[in-house]
Structures are given as structure tokens and as C-alpha cells.
Write a protein that binds this ligand. Structure first.
Ligand code: PLP
Length: 384
């Protein structure tokens, strides 16, 4: 489509826009049941719009915004047992994982860098490996869908620059044995990155609520960096991911001096140049507004609805769980239908769920209400 020469009226543009956006799923319908994103908190949306012109790529012009980003990182760091962690609010889990791999590779200075990841690792590690010239060594999972730590140990060689553990896997919300990985990393002097992209805004609150949550964060001495995304269970507007490092010195390995900026000479340790200050400010405002208690309530609601599904599936003769959910991610399958066919059937009834080779995945995000679960379960039973 060519660009029009004369501009259309705002009314005409809005009318056109409405037509296109009608095609989209909406969170408020409760039909998005397979996404890790959700409708952002209304307060965060307001703050985001208010600060949309803030550019953290030229932070010398926006020192207040820079301070808010640093405070947001400190608050997230306190959730992860390290209030003095360093890092950035980035565009999401993909960029955060890429940054961690970039840092690990540069710190290790190996000719043929290799990174050990669980088979359950998000595909962002494949992208990072490709971009950074890293060989990815994928390790199989045990019967609990956790990475086999013995195999991790055996895979280490003189080219290994990092080990990755997942705290909330994409397909099932599984937490790898991070404390064992931490020991392995410390014993071998290797960088350990934890991908808590989803789990980072769930696990600390589950622990507060009395769930038995294994250690996964900076309390483990071997953990060098953590990915934790605010635009998933943190309720922030997209884009808002987070990367936190144990030691600010790590960031120097990827930092460069930028002399031309109007805010004055700066050192940038991020992949992006111009980057959203609004994301960082919205995250800061949300953390302040929600408090630990606010997020506990969100997680509790999501877990109650998750348990509703679990109870129903356990009673069903046609459906089965892949594993007992640890967080608000459910993997389930049907005795008679392949996951893809089940997901397609659900899609025809207006439900958006994701499917893998072994199961359909439901992510019970804050926009899902009890009435949606009741409707969904009835459709699910009928189809399977
Ligand atoms: N890591 C994990 C464990 C994820 O589940 C995801 C996304 O689902 C990512 C990283 C990538 O996050 P994003 O889509 O925000 O880039």
C-alpha cells in the first residue's frame, strides 16, 4: 500500500483502525488463555503515556528517569535477594537473555564459546547463540522436566562460557534445580544465568503465600544474572523486560562510550541506543503502587483459578495433566485428540491456547476470571 499524499482526518484514521483492530483477540474477553502477557495495570498505562517521550538512550538529558530505572532495578533486585544488583529495564525476555549471553561470552573471552542450556530453554537462547557466535549445548530433562544436572556437569569443557537454568519454563512453568547448578557453576568457575522471565514475578510471591519454593535467585552465590519480565506477571505495559547482574563490573564487558549525545558523554551497556524511558518509569510506578502485598494478591488469584482447572482435569476420564503445575501454567492433554487438533478445536470456539508436541498450554494470567474458566472447561470437555 502506497502512502497517501494528503493526510486523512483523525476520524477517518480511527475508523480504519477500528476495522483492523476488530480482528484482534482482547484480554478483556478472557479468551487469551495461552499468553504470558496480560492487560497492563491501568495506572501503569497512565504513567507510560505521561512519560512516552523519555529516552534512556540519552540518559544525560533525563537524569530523573535514569534514577527511576535504577530504583526499579533495586526494587526488583530486592525481590531476588539482591537490592544492590545492577541492570536495566529492557524490551523483554529475549533481549534480557541476549544481554546475559553477551556479557558471559565477553567475560570469558574464549575462541569457541559454548553455553549449556536445558532443552526446555526459550528459543531466545537460539537467537542469542546465532547472533553471538555461540554453540548451544542442549541438555535433556529428567522425569520432572528439570534439566539433568549430571549431564550439565559432563557437558562442561574448556570452551564453556555459561550455564543457563530456567525458573519458570515456557511450556510448563518448571523450575530447574538452580541450587545444584549454582554449585556446579561455582566449582567450575563458570557464569550462571537464570531465566526467570515468567517465574520472577511469581515465585517470590508464591513463597510469601506459603508455597514451597526452591531457591532460584541471587541468594545462590553462583547466580550471576537473572532475566525477569515486568510485561508478564509484573502487569507492566509491553515492552518491559528486566536484566539484573550480580556485579556492575560485568556490564563493563559490553559497555561502550558514546561521545555525541546532547546529554553529555555517556557509557552505554545496553543493546539498544534510544530506548524507552516510559517502560522503566511504568515499572517503577507499578512496583511502588502494588507493593509486595499487591502482587501476592494477583498471584493468589491466578493460582486459585489454576487449581480449579487442575481439579477438573484430575476428575476427567478424557484429559490428563502433564505434570502438577508449580505456577499458573498448566500443561494438559486429551486421551483421544492430538494437542494441535485440540488447540485448533478450541480456536474455532474462540479460545487462544498454545500447543506443543505433547500438550496444550494454558497460562492463567490476571485477565482471566472464574467465569472464563467455567466456560473454557465446558468447551474443553466437549471437544476432548
Ligand atoms: N524466557 C522465557 C522462559 C519465556 O517464557 C519467554 C517468553 O515466553 C522469554 C524468555 C522471551 O520473552 P519475550 O517474549 O518477552 O522476549
Amino acid at each position: 500500500m502506497a502512502m497517501n499524499y494528503e493526510g486523512l482526518s483523525k476520524e477517518n484514521v480511527l475508523r480504519l483502525l477500528k476495522e483492523y483492530l476488530k480482528e484482534d483477540f482482547t484480554y478483556s474477553s478472557g479468551r487469551i488463555l495461552g499468553s504470558m502477557c496480560t492487560s497492563p495495570h491501568s495506572f501503569a498505562k497512565r504513567i507510560f503515556i505521561k512519560t512516552i517521550d523519555k529516552n534512556l538512550g540519552d540518559a544525560g538529558l533525563f537524569p530523573g528517569t535514569m534514577r527511576l530505572e535504577q530504583e526499579a532495578i533495586a526494587m526488583i533486585g530486592s525481590l531476588l535477594s539482591k537490592p544492590d544488583a545492577s541492570g536495566y529495564i529492557v524490551s523483554g525476555g529475549t533481549e534480557a537473555n541476549l544481554m546475559a549471553m553477551w556479557v558471559a561470552r565477553n567475560l570469558a573471552k574464549k575462541d569457541r564459546p559454548e553455553v549449556i542450556v536445558p532443552e526446555s530453554a526459550h528459543f531466545s537462547f537460539d537467537k542469542a547463540a546465532n547472533l553471538l557466535g555461540i554453540k548451544l549445548v542442549k541438555i535433556g530433562l529428567d522425569e520432572n522436566f528439570q534439566v539433568k544436572t549430571k549431564a550439565v556437569k559432563e557437558a562442561i569443557n574448556r570452551n564453556t562460557v555459561a550455564i543457563v537454568g530456567i525458573a519458570g519454563s515456557t511450556e510448563l512453568g518448571i523450575v530447574d534445580p538452580i541450587s545444584e547448578l549454582s554449585e556446579i557453576a561455582l566449582n567450575n568457575g563458570i557464569y550462571l544465568h537464570v531465566d526467570a522471565s515468567f517465574g520472577g514475578f511469581v515465585l517470590p510471591f508464591l513463597r510469601d503465600l506459603g508455597y514451597n519454593v526452591p531457591e532460584f535467585d541471587f541468594s545462590l552465590k553462583g547466580v550471576c544474572s537473572i532475566t525477569i519480565d515486568s510485561h508478564k506477571m509484573g502487569l507492566a505495559p509491553i515492552p518491559a523486560g528486566g536484566i539484573l547482574f550480580r556485579d556492575k563490573e560485568y556490564i563493563k564487558s559490553v559497555s561502550i562510550k558514546v561521545p555525541y549525545l546532547s546529554g553529555g558523554e555517556m557509557t552505554q551497556g545496553t543493546i539498544l541506543g534510544t530506548r524507552s524511558g516510559a517502560s522503566a518509569v511504568a515499572v517503577w510506578a507499578l512496583l511502588k503502587h502494588m507493593g509486595r502485598e499487591g502482587y501476592q494478591r494477583v498471584v493468589k488469584r491466578c493460582m486459585n483459578l489454576t487449581n480449579m482447572i487442575v481439579e477438573r482435569v484430575k476428575k476427567s476420564k478424557k484429559l490428563y495433566l502433564i505434570t502438577n503445575p508449580i505456577m499458573n501454567i498448566v500443561g494438559l492433554s486429551s486421551n483421544s485428540l492430538k494437542p494441535k487438533r485440540l488447540a485448533d478445536g478450541l480456536r474455532r470456539r474462540g479460545w487462544a491456547v498454545s500447543s506443543t508436541q505433547t500438550h496444550i498450554r494454558l497460562v492463567i494470567m490476571p485477565h482471566i476470571k472464574r467465569k472464563h474458566i467455567i466456560e473454557f472447561l465446558s468447551d474443553l470437555e466437549e471437544l476432548s
